[in-house]
Design a protein. Sequence first.
Length: 270
Amino acid sequence: MTDNTSATRLALVAREAAAAGVSPRPSALSEAETELAERVRALRIGALGQGLQTTASAELSVRFSETRLATELLARELKVTAPPFEEFFALGAEAPSLEQAAAGELVPVLAPHGLGAAVWQRVAAANGVLPPIECATEVLRWFAALDRPALESAAPTVRNASVHGSVTWTLRWISASAAPSSGTSVASPTPELTAGQAWPSLPEMLALQARQRSLAAPLVDGRTFTWLAGVLPDRTLAARHTFDGTTGSIRISTRVRSDHGSHVGTRRVC
């Protein structure tokens, strides 16, 4: 069986298996394909599927659909392939309750890590999925430290190949509020060193902004900033994200960590 034929048959298997209560006819499939069909069906109609587009919550289903659309638009421009939500949930990822999501203005964000600054800036400058991205000199020099999943996060990751090399994807729920939370007290004013505190990564904030733009919604941090995950080589500095409405660009800069309080710039992540 050729690769194209296999892909076509497996796509048909997955589609048929997605229908509740319907399984592919064993006589028409190989043993491996039948096993795959049953696994896909279990994911879609079982407990794992409750957090996906098959969730009982219509509002959460809408948020997943919005993220999928925005991610496909962004991935096409980045020349990468986003993994399906099922892969993350099969690894143990969970969706918040509707109450938690609504209270924190949380939305699912599917983000690629490891692409590098040049790829993001080229895409942002060439099309409308993101506004231009301006990075401080030290951010460009230390971009690799910010271009990886947050170390504090226990969320599962999915890796796949791209024309840019290996890409690590995360699926986390991040607040899409205009400004970060202002009343969250943390033990340390240093975001990258705060034990147990979740912080969005730089790719996650860029993916969140792409999601906002795809929905024609205002971009976040127009008058505020969000601290980013990642330990910089200069431990006196921490990276932050802002959106400059006057120039219409996203700005990634650094700031001496002693210059801010213990809660300012904390954007909710789960």
